[in-house]
Design a protein around this ligand. Structure first.
Ligand code: SAM
Length: 218
């Protein structure tokens, strides 16, 4: 099937372009052992986030949606030792697993986990950030976009995950709150002159989805 082929191609390039990484593999094992859902970004996507953060010379990165900190490790490795990743997570259990993974990866000192519903915690987070990665409850993406723009420096990169949802984003009648939220977010993004954005549809080990990539205007 197409899904098998996407997974095979992901594997083909992951073997060639990504180093074997025992630290990241251990984090994924710890997540599984703790019963966390396997909804982290893929290794290839994690490296994409890492490379994007390096490309914008990110010193401070904001993440919304930590889970076990897999994407957070990739981002934390992209910022300098005196840089910072601030990552928002609602689940104390996820945050606890993430803390252990981040410390185990040797980047714990540059990551602050902000515990609580992001809509409640983001108002007290202080910018500026060079990059924002939004990957939490999709129904709130419009509000997260607003915070991202407020907290981002001019020229900052904003990445929003899971904006395609196997193509269901084009269905105005889909009742799934994640689809409804994504469509509301897409309209808000389109109407917002403070950010210039595009979309990258993706296939791979985790199926068919996509990212929005945007640059905050100066
Ligand atoms: N970025 C992670 C990675 O790639 O490794 C995956 C994040 S996972 C897709 C989404 C996370 O967002 C979950 O851990 C979930 O508990 C968290 N989340 C859901 N609703 C939230 C909210 N209102 N505020 C903060 N975090 C939330």
């Amino acid at each position: 099937t197409a899904d098998d082929l996407w997974a095979q191609v992901d594997e083909y390039y992951t073997q060639r372009l990504l180093d074997d990484d025992e630290t990241l593999a251990a984090a994924l094992r710890a997540n599984a052992d703790a019963g966390l859902p396997p909804i982290d970004v893929t290794p290839a996507q994690g490296k994409l986030l890492h490379l994007l953060a390096r490309s914008v010379g990110a010193r401070r990165v904001l993440e919304v949606g930590t889970l076990g900190g897999y994407s957070t490790v990739w981002l934390a490795r992209a910022v300098p030792a005196d840089g910072e990743v601030v990552t928002c997570e609602v689940s104390p259990r996820h945050a606890e697993v993430a803390r252990a993974n981040l410390d185990g990866a040797g980047v714990g000192d540059r990551v602050r986990i902000v515990l609580g519903p992001a809509l409640e915690t983001l108002p007290s987070v202080e910018g500026p950030f060079d990059m924002v990665f939004v990957d939490a409850d999709k129904a709130s993406n419009t509000e997260y976009l607003e915070h991202a723009i407020r907290l981002a420096r001019p020229g900052a990169l904003v990445v929003v995950d899971n904006v395609v949802r196997e193509g269901r984003v084009v269905d105005p009648d889909d009742p799934d709150p994640a689809v409804v939220g994504t469509r509301r977010f897409a309209d808000a993004l389109a109407a917002d002159p403070r950010i210039s954005a595009t979309v990258v549809q993706t296939v791979g080990a985790k199926g068919y989805d996509g990212f929005v990539l945007g640059v905050v205007e100066g």
